[in-house]
Write a protein that binds this ligand. Structure first.
Ligand SMILES: Cc1ncc(C[n+]2csc(CCOP(=O)(O)OP(=O)(O)O)c2C)c(N)n1
Length: 324
C-alpha cells in the first residue's frame, strides 16, 4: 500500500464527516419552520466533489494557507473548523465565524490559515497570489492552495492571477473543481477546450488533469504540487474532473442536468470509491461504518442544539469590524 492506513482512514473519516454534515444542512433547509428559519439564506454544498477539498486539506502542511471556494466544506473541517462553528455561521449567530454578519460560505479563519471566500467568482486567486508573494518576499516556508470552479475559470482575474504567478514563480497551487456546471451553464458553453489544464502551458507552468473523485489521486497530485511550490518550483494548475451531485444550492433541484449524467456520477461517488478501496484492503467494514456514523450524528446534533441557543447579533453592532 502506498499510504499508511492511518492516513487512508483519516481521509475517509473526513470525507464522511463532510458528506453527513452537508446532508444535514440540506435536510434542515428543507424541513425548518419558514416563519422562524434556523438556516438563513441557502447552502452551497460540495456533495459529490468532496474528495477535492478534503484531499487538498490533507496535502497541506500546517504552515500553508488555503483560499477555498464556496464548495470546500471538507477543507474547512479538515483544517479544524468545528460543526458548532459551522452551524453558528449558518444560523447567523454571534459565535459564528463572521459573528452573525453572513450565513454559509463567506467565512475563514486566520488562526487556521483559511482565507474567507469572496462572492465574486475567481477573486480568491489574486488573494492566494498575495499570500504566496508574501511567502516569497519574506522567505517564509509556506505554500498556498486555492480552489475555483470551471465557471470561475472564465473570469479575467483568473487568467491574470495565473500569468502573474508564473512570471514571479509564486508558491501557489491552483486547484480547479471541474464539476461541469456553473449554476445551469454547461461546460461546453464555458470553454472550447476539453481540459482546462492545457491552459497552464500558455502561462508557462505545469497543468495536470486528474480524476477528482479519486481522493488519493487528488492527495498525491496536490501534495507534489505544494512540495514543488515550497521548493521554488512555482505554480501548478491541478484540474480535477468531478460532478456536483446536487443543484447549485439547497434551493436548486437542478432540472437542467440530464438524468443520465446524474446516474453516471452516482456510481462514481468519491466516498463510495474510497470505502470500496478500504474494504478491499480489509481496513473497513459495515460495523466500523456504523460506529463512525453514530459518532458523527451525535456530534452533529449537539452542535445544532448548541448553535440554535446562541445569540443573534444586536443591530447596533452591525458596523463593528467594517472597514471602508
Ligand atoms: C463574477 C461573478 N459572476 C457571477 C456570479 C454568480 N455566480 C455565483 S456561483 C456561479 C457559478 C460558479 O460556477 P463554478 O465557478 O463552476 O463553481 P461551482 O459552483 O460549480 O463550484 C455564478 C455564475 C458571481 N458570484 N461572481
Amino acid at each position: 500500500m502506498r499510504h499508511q492506513p492511518s492516513l487512508l482512514l483519516g481521509i475517509y473519516q473526513a470525507l464522511k464527516r463532510t458528506r453527513v454534515l452537508e446532508d444535514q444542512i440540506y435536510y434542515l433547509y428543507h424541513h425548518q419552520n419558514p416563519e422562524k428559519p434556523l438556516i438563513i439564506g441557502k447552502g452551497y454544498l460540495s456533495t459529490g466533489q468532496e474528495a477535492i477539498s478534503v484531499a487538498s486539506a490533507f496535502a497541506l502542511q500546517p504552515q500553508d494557507w488555503a483560499a477555498p471556494s464556496h464548495r470546500d466544506m471538507g477543507l474547512h473541517l479538515a483544517r479544524g473548523i468545528t460543526f458548532k462553528e459551522i452551524f453558528a455561521q449558518y444560523f447567523c449567530r454571534t459565535t459564528g465565524l463572521t459573528r452573525g454578519r453572513d450565513s454559509n460560505v463567506h467565512f475563514g479563519s486566520a488562526e487556521r490559515k483559511i482565507v474567507g471566500f469572496i462572492s465574486h467568482m475567481g477573486a480568491a486567486l489574486p488573494i492566494a497570489n498575495g499570500l504566496a508573494w508574501a511567502a516569497k518576499y519574506k522567505k517564509e516556508d509556506y505554500a498556498v492552495v486555492t480552489m475555483f470552479g470551471d465557471g470561475a475559470s472564465s473570469q479575467g482575474c483568473v487568467h491574470e492571477a495565473m500569468n502573474y504567478a508564473a512570471v514571479f514563480k509564486l508558491p501557489v497551487v491552483f486547484v480547479c473543481n471541474f464539476n461541469r456546471w456553473a449554476i445551469s451553464t454547461p461546460v461546453k458553453d464555458q470553454m472550447a477546450i476539453e481540459n482546462l489544464a492545457t491552459r497552464a502551458a500558455g502561462y508557462g507552468f505545469e497543468g495536470i488533469t486528474i480524476d477528482g473523485n479519486e481522493v488519493l489521486q487528488v492527495y498525491e497530485t496536490v501534495k507534489a504540487a505544494l512540495d514543488k511550490a515550497r521548493s521554488g518550483g512555482g505554480p501548478t494548475l491541478v484540474e480535477c474532473k468531478t460532478f456536483r451531485m446536487g443543484g447549485h444550492g439547497t434551493h436548486d433541484p437542478s432540472p437542467y442536468i440530464p438524468q443520465q449524467e446524474k446516474d453516471y456520477w452516482k456510481m462514481r461517488d468519491p466516498v463510495l470509491l474510497l470505502r470500496k478501496f478500504l474494504e478491499e484492503k480489509q481496513l473497513w467494514d459495515e460495523e466500523k461504518e456504523q460506529v463512525l456514523i453514530a459518532g458523527i450524528d451525535q456530534e452533529l446534533h449537539e452542535a445544532i442544539r448548541w448553535a440554535a441557543e446562541q445569540p443573534v447579533p444586536e443591530a447596533r453592532s452591525v458596523l463593528e469590524g467594517v472597514f471602508t
